[in-house]
Design a binder for this molecule. Structure first.
Ligand SMILES: C[S@@+](CC[C@H](N)C(=O)[O-])C[C@H]1O[C@@H](n2cnc3c(N)ncnc32)[C@H](O)[C@@H]1O
Length: 284
């Protein structure tokens, strides 16, 4: 089979100019698989993104067609499923993204007082900028001896590895205060210049592990005071969002606070969460 299609091939407009033959059926199959595995709903505008990201998997695994790759994937219980999921997640994040949440977190921590032992879950950690922003907020508010627990999870193993390593381009921490940079980061030298690394003090109370928000096997034994579930539910349909919200509710203390993304709205779930500010909810 000729995997290289050009504008002169008769493989259809979707394939023109592309390395691999690409059809609506391939897209529909990938869409269904990632929905089943991760709850991610892909709309038709995502053809180019899906083609580009899964093409890389074809190359890596030595397949010359999407059909061949997907047949192999579906008959395979191995590591490629994780790679398939990692390829299709969108991991955009930043330090202190949606800054107002961190001010609200600090206010709540202050109310709890210096002896507080808050339990926090960052449920779509991505590459770590969000949990380290949470950790800086806790330490800046409760002091360097703060006794807290910060559980950090994501479905994507690749971003979790980056988060655990805690190494970032210096330009990514430009928005932090001079005090935060001095207290929480080491500046790279020599080969590492242009990079910063989070200090062990900032990682001390943090655990990183995989949790799939759509699976009913979350590993938590004790409820949380604060949950960050930001800019991930946006990828889920309404029924999936509701199931995840119910599960988050069961894993939080009454009066606990849930922080969600700027485009996420759960005001319909009044029996679970009450809106308390811009994209901040109190667990009922
Ligand atoms: C756009 S990032 C948001 C990162 C961060 N929470 C923020 O707001 O900056 C979305 C993250 O959700 C994760 N994700 C997608 N589906 C997931 C699922 N079913 N369970 C857990 N995490 C998921 C992705 O891997 C990705 O890292």
């Amino acid at each position: 089979m000729n995997k290289h299609a050009s504008a002169t091939d008769d493989t259809g407009p979707l394939t023109q100019g592309r390395e691999f033959i690409w059809s609506d059926q391939d897209f529909a199959r990938i869409k269904s698989l990632i929905y089943q595995r991760a709850g991610i709903s892909l709309h038709d505008g995502k053809h180019a993104m899906v083609y580009s990201r899964i093409s890389r998997r074809l190359r890596e695994t030595g397949h010359d067609s999407f059909k061949g790759y997907l047949d192999w994937l579906e008959h395979n219980d191995g590591a490629e499923w994780q790679e398939f999921i990692n390829a299709l997640t969108t991991n955009l994040t930043a330090f202190f993204r949606e800054q107002h949440h961190f001010s609200i977190l600090a206010d709540h921590l202050r109310k709890k007082g210096p002896g507080a032992t808050p339990r926090i879950w960052c449920s779509a950690t991505s590459t770590g900028e969000e949990p380290y922003s949470i950790a800086m907020t806790v330490l800046d508010t409760l002091g360097s001896g703060a006794n807290y627990s910060l559980q950090c999870s994501d479905i994507d193993t690749k971003v979790l590895a980056t988060a655990a390593a805690g190494v970032y381009k210096a330009e990514n921490v430009k928005g932090l205060t001079a005090d935060q940079l001095r207290k929480y980061f080491l500046k790279g030298k020599g080969n590492n210049s242009g990079y910063v690394r989070v200090k062990p003090e900032l990682q001390k109370h943090i655990d990183f592990f995989t949790v799939n928000l759509i699976q009913d096997n979350w590993p938590f034994r004790e409820p949380f005071d604060f949950v960050f579930c930001r800019n991930v539910m946006i990828y889920f349909d309404a029924a999936t969002q509701r199931r995840v919200l119910e599960r988050i509710h069961r894993n939080m203390k009454p009066g606990g606070m849930l922080f969600v993304g700027h485009a996420e709205n759960f005001t319909d779930a009044k029996t679970l969460f009450a809106l308390r500010g811009k994209t901040v909810y109190e667990r009922v």
